[in-house]
Design a protein around this ligand. Structure first.
Ligand SMILES: [Zn+2]
Length: 73
């Protein structure tokens, strides 16, 4: 679990070897292609259902606090 300005997030870092499908990274709107090591995160206060999970490129997750998608200002 990690603390961020917008709350606590459950974070898992995946090697990529177990991923078999592409995901849309919320940080850059590009695909996280199968086999790419990446980050899966969801808000701590939501159920850990698949629909809440977001797959991020590792650098995009690291930069999220600075230029996340749903941020105002
Ligand atoms: Zn990205």
């Amino acid at each position: 679990m990690e603390e961020h300005p917008d709350g606590d997030w459950v974070v898992q870092r995946l090697s990529g070897q177990s991923s078999t499908k592409a995901y849309r990274c919320p940080g850059c709107e590009q695909l996280v292609t199968p086999g790419t090591p990446h980050v899966v995160a969801w808000p701590f206060d939501t159920p850990a259902g698949e629909s809440h999970r977001r797959h991020w490129h590792s650098p995009c997750w690291a930069a999220r606090d600075r230029r996340g998608p749903a941020r105002r200002g």
